[in-house]
Write a protein that binds this ligand. Structure first.
Ligand code: ATP
Ligand code: MG
Length: 149
């Protein structure tokens, strides 16, 4: 599923002189997901990475999967404009957008991450973001693995 979204984005990212790297290392990836919604989740995160790139820096996206304490972990990391600590706690709220003045005139409703959060919660998972202004942002998702015993 993730490879599919990455593939969809490859052309778009190339247009920005950017690149997407993947490290899909999750050995156990048996999760029960709503395919359409989880595809949209990854899509939204990658869409943001493209929208909030630094204008003077080539976009570099890194998508990782791994296993950690019985969970499937997925991270989407960019080298974009980043988000200030005080704003970071609000980004999952409906209609919240960081005020960036005239620096970049990027359109949006502030709904993408509220949707992402809802879908991950519905899957009994968690999502958090780490960010540094002018360095980049990383979203980390944990989804419970299916119990196979
Ligand atoms: P929509 O997704 O509804 O089209 P949006 O992108 O503005 O609009 P969200 O995806 O919910 O809304 O993101 C909320 C805000 O968080 C964004 O407006 C932006 O300020 C900030 N943000 C989200 N992702 C990133 C990112 N990867 N890098 C920097 N800022 C981000
Ligand atoms: Mg968005």
């Amino acid at each position: 599923l993730i490879k599919g979204v990455v593939h969809t984005f490859a052309l778009k990212v190339e247009r920005y002189n950017g690149k997407i790297d993947t490290e899909l290392e999750a050995a156990e990836a048996h999760v029960f997901v709503d395919e359409m919604h989880i595809t949209n989740v990854i899509f939204n995160l990658m869409d943001n990475a493209v929208k909030y790139k630094r204008p003077d820096v080539d976009l570099h996206l890194m998508v990782r999967t791994w296993n950690e304490s019985g969970k499937l972990m997925i991270s989407v990391q960019d080298n974009g404009i980043g988000i200030k600590k005080e704003n970071l706690k609000k980004i999952f709220e409906k209609f919240y957008r960081v005020h960036t003045g005239n620096l970049h005139d990027v359109k949006g409703f502030g709904l993408g991450l509220a949707y992402v959060k809802k879908i991950i919660m519905d899957h009994k998972g968690t999502i958090r973001a780490e960010s540094e202004l002018n360095v980049g942002t990383k979203f980390i998702i944990a989804l419970p693995l299916l119990k196979t015993d």
